[in-house]
Design a protein around this ligand. Structure first.
Ligand code: SAM
Length: 229
């Protein structure tokens, strides 16, 4: 079972200090919600966000949408071989249970995550689908209990994805960490807990591309093993 963590993810509700800003108030009103109930989104809140610490790395729910859509569409996830967590810039851990079908429309994704942030979980019937709780990256790892934690970053040690997938698949509880932010690198809180940091290309790539490729390489080893057994 592979665990994927989308770390330092630029996904959060509008923080309190921006609730009074006109762009935020207008946007929330147009959605019939309170400012604290909507997702921080650079496309709408750019001017307000300039006041925020680390604003260049925040307010990109679209990146998380694409990354999650990619991960939950893979055969590995559909076969029950992939556990997915998101760890956000605001220090929240989100667990995506098995069988979640990420909405293809961003509008619906946004609605789903706004509901999650308000209620703490999203259920289908009685079955919990997505859950959020406050936890540091270290605490999240305490729950995942990885035997190896491999982070991917353009500034890591060059290694092919085939080799990385082989290393992951030979571990008992492998965990792969991909950044959910638009620019920069993992925060100290995250990078301090990575056992390895690998680069798969000299080019900076989008997280969704990295996730799709990494999972495919892992599938080629592990799903083939399952099919042969
Ligand atoms: C949009 S990038 C973040 C920007 C960052 N400057 C970078 O290039 O790594 C999102 C994530 O994709 C992964 N990624 C992007 N390019 C990569 C590369 N060349 N090698 C390994 N991982 C990469 C990393 O996990 C990164 O945090």
């Amino acid at each position: 079972l592979l665990t994927l963590i989308i770390a330092d993810a630029a996904l959060e509700t509008v923080p309190k200090e921006l609730w009074g800003h006109s762009a935020v108030k207008r946007h929330a009103e147009s959605k019939g919600k309170e400012p604290g109930e909507i997702l921080l989104d650079r496309s709408y809140h750019h001017s307000a966000m300039l006041r925020l610490k680390d604003h260049g790395r925040r307010g990109r729910p679209d990146l998380i949408h694409l990354a999650l859509l990619e991960a939950t569409s893979t055969p590995l996830y559909k076969e029950g071989g992939l556990r997915i967590y998101i760890h956000t810039v605001a220090g929240l851990a989100i667990e995506i249970k098995g069988g979640v079908r990420t909405p293809k429309s961003f509008f619906r994704f946004e609605g789903l995550f706004e509901e999650l942030m308000k209620k703490g979980e999203v259920v289908s019937g009685r079955r919990p689908l997505i859950r959020v709780w406050r936890a540091s990256f270290k605490e999240l790892l305490g729950r995942v209990k990885p035997s190896i934690t491999i982070g991917l970053s353009r500034i890591g040690r060059p290694k092919s994805l085939e080799e990385i997938a082989a290393e992951l698949s030979s571990a008992v509880r492998p965990t792969l960490v991909v950044g959910g932010f638009p620019r920069g690198h993992f925060t100290e809180h995250t990078s301090a807990h990575l056992d390895r940091l690998y680069s798969i290309s000299r080019m900076p790539l989008e997280a969704n591309v990295v996730i799709a490729r990494a999972i495919y390489e892992y599938e080629k080893i592990t799903l083939r093993r399952t099919l042969q057994a």
